[in-house]
Design a protein around this ligand. Structure first.
Ligand SMILES: Cc1cc2nc3c(=O)[nH]c(=O)nc-3n(C[C@H](O)[C@H](O)[C@H](O)COP(=O)(O)O)c2cc1C
Length: 459
């Protein structure tokens, strides 16, 4: 049987060897919008995940449009140079093609990083004025934005265009507009955030006017050979908010404008929205858009196993699968999916000896032929667990003996954290840290508020 997940797909002139996409994921680790060493490691890791396309996180088109002080931007020459270094590194060491998501956070800007609490920045933490279609705050913990004038719209549209030009110059293989998760372009479309009485508010067509203007202007500078897509909203999950039919109307307009693909997500329009999460919960939105509009469509959201991804594609519900948390959990997800589905992925030559031989010996990562766990794997895992328990018991004894000393000096974990990503954090977390998330499975984690991005889903 041939795997659909491992079959090729073409977007404009970009030929992808499989349909696995690394979903854009903010790292909150930039310095005034510029990528850092964290991005070098993170993106290079994902460029060897087996996904043939890695989409770089929401990259903001103006300084004011960043979600947090640590968000990535493409609004300055410094930003461009920093990203050029990361891209060159990924191309040297990785196998994936690289896309970029261009974004403006609108009224969700000026927030703390998720691990700092994720709410709106307080006065002591260098907040900035945010802009949006209407002067309505995202939630109680955020300041009300300033309602945008036509001049603001011109500036933001031009900023999207300027960043798109930079993305093309950097040699990205695909560009994607962030039109979801409650950020600026989505907030124009949703009646929940847009209460304007001019030609940019009121009817659905009027609310689409500015986001479509941005898409048209960006399409004009992204060559037709280079795929341009958008992440759109399948549902606001809210009374009076955007519906799957609205997603279809938007998708038709974007297709007509020459966009090459869409990713259908949902949520994020207010801090209060609660979403009933479950495996593949956004797939029906992607399926509807694909069926009614006929544009290459990506499904995303709680897609975790190769078999689940394969079934979505084989059943004609989407053309590509994007994964976020599952990729962080297992950055060789694509390699393991290839083993499970008898597909093939590119690997750097240094690692070429890993997967195929291990698959043959039954010692691959929990999957033998056909994705079934083998006896050998179960035995190896049982021994590993037994050893782990023995080591933990020894550590617990040692810890008890040195408890006094431990209180007097920082732990190794603490020290190593401040030597890496923490170096770019300027402030201490203003709220108590959430419970250790690594104590839960990633599926459990998916339903926690901190993973649903500033409240209400999305990121
Ligand atoms: C750490 C993290 C950062 C994210 N940042 C972005 C982002 O920059 N842009 C975006 O559109 N979605 C972002 N998301 C949402 C994911 O791309 C994805 O849509 C969502 O997590 C659901 O997919 P999953 O169940 O595979 O994680 C982020 C998710 C996570 C976990």
């Amino acid at each position: 049987m041939t795997s659909t997940l491992f079959s090729p797909i073409k977007l404009a002139d970009l030929a992808l060897e499989n349909r696995i996409v690394v979903s854009p994921m903010c790292q909150y680790s930039a310095d005034d919008g510029s990528a850092t060493d964290w991005h070098l490691g993170h993106l290079a890791m994902l460029a060897n995940s087996g996904a043939d396309l890695v989409v770089v996180e929401a990259t903001h088109v103006e300084r004011r449009g960043r979600i947090t002080h640590g968000c990535l931007g493409l609004y300055s020459d410094d930003n461009e140079a920093a990203l050029a270094r990361v891209i060159a590194h990924c191309r040297r060491v990785g196998t994936a093609k690289l896309g970029i998501q261009l974004a403006h956070a609108g009224r969700k800007a000026s927030s703390y990083r998720p691990w700092e609490g994720g709410l709106g920045l307080k006065q002591d933490d260098d907040p900035w004025e945010t802009i949006a279609p209407s002067a309505i705050a995202f939630g109680n913990a955020w300041s009300a934005p300033r309602a945008m004038t036509r001049d603001d719209m011109d500036r933001v549209r031009d900023a999207f265009v300027a960043s798109a030009r930079r993305a093309v110059r950097l040699g990205f293989d695909a560009v994607e507009l962030h039109m979801a998760h409650g950020y600026l372009l989505h907030s124009f479309m949703s009646p929940i955030a847009n209460h304007r009485s001019d030609e940019y508010g009121g009817s659905h067509a009027a609310r689409l006017r500015f986001p479509l203007e941005v898409a048209r202007a960006v399409r004009a500078v992204v060559p037709p050979s280079l795929p341009l897509g958008a992440r759109i909203t399948g549902s606001d999950w809210s009374e009076g908010g955007l519906t799957p039919d609205d997603a279809v109307a938007l998708a038709k307009a974007l297709k007509e404008m020459g966009l090459d693909f869409l990713c259908v997500s949902s949520g994020g329009i207010t801090a209060e929205v609660k979403i009933a999460l479950g495996p593949g919960y956004q797939v029906p939105f992607a399926e509807k858009v694909r069926r009614e509009v006929g544009i290459p469509t990506r499904a995303v959201g709680l897609i975790a196993t190769p078999q689940q991804a394969e079934a979505i594609l084989a059943d004609g519900k989407a053309d590509m699968i994007a994964l976020a948390r599952a990729m962080l959990d297992d950055p060789r997800w694509g390699w393991h999916a290839a083993q499970a589905l008898a597909g093939d992925v590119k690997r750097p030559p240094q690692y070429a000896r890993a997967a195929p031989k291990l698959a043959g010996s039954g010692l691959s990562r929990l999957t033998g032929a056909g994705g079934r766990e083998t006896v050998e794997v179960r035995m190896v895992r049982s021994s590993a667990i037994a050893m782990l328990f023995a080591v933990m018991t020894l550590c617990a004894c040692a810890e008890g003996a040195s408890a006094k000393n431990a209180r007097a000096r920082p732990s190794a974990a603490h020290r190593s954290a401040s030597a890496t990503g923490q170096a770019v954090m300027r402030k201490k977390p203003p709220v108590a840290p959430t419970p250790r998330q690594d104590e839960k499975s990633w599926m459990d984690r998916a339903s926690t508020p901190s993973d649903s991005g500033g409240g209400g889903g999305g990121m």
